[in-house]
Design a protein around this ligand. Structure first.
Ligand SMILES: [Zn+2]
Length: 162
């Protein structure tokens, strides 16, 4: 709808002269709607519709729980690609890369359980062994082994200290 300011045409309701003009394609006849009044009416309609739509949706959801879950699942699937690509972009951000590196560095220094479990899985076969298959005992042993290696390495680098 085209907007038009017509000084000769004053709205009897609000005294404004801004009009929304709708031209009928076939007859070419124009109809004028006061912009101000149209805005107010639109807002009223939207308010009323919103309440109606909400109520309808609530009722429908209560009566169609199965379908509802199904549609949630579908929309989850539908947006899956978009979500993954957003994540990809996020992961490539310099600050994300930096955070990840720092996390890895710290987990290596602290010899976190999960870190050790990952190492063990790489040694024993990532495909066969899962995190939950690794017992605390195995983690403990591996940690001690790693600590020992570190001490040996340190000693080799600084023989004078020993
Ligand atoms: Zn008006």
């Amino acid at each position: 709808m085209a907007k038009k300011s017509i000084p000769d045409k004053i709205c009897p309701h609000c005294g404004g002269m801004e009009w929304d003009v709708k031209t009928d394609k076939r007859s070419g006849r124009a109809t004028y709607y006061c912009s101000q009044r149209r805005k107010e009416i639109d807002a009223l309609m939207r308010e009323r519709d919103k309440e109606k739509v909400r109520e309808y949706k609530r009722m429908w959801e209560q009566n169609n729980k199965e379908k509802c879950n199904e549609s949630h699942r579908k929309s989850y699937q539908k947006h899956r690609e978009a979500r993954l690509s957003r994540r990809k972009i996020y992961n490539r951000l310099p600050q994300s890369v930096e955070k990840r590196r720092e996390r890895e560095r710290m987990s290596m220094i602290n010899l976190d359980d999960n870190r050790i479990k990952t190492m063990l899985r790489h040694q024993m076969g990532v495909k066969e062994i899962k995190h939950k298959d690794i017992t605390p005992e195995m983690v403990k042993l591996k940690r001690e082994q790693l600590k020992l290696y570190r001490d040996v390495k340190k000693e080799k680098q600084n023989p004078a200290n020993s």
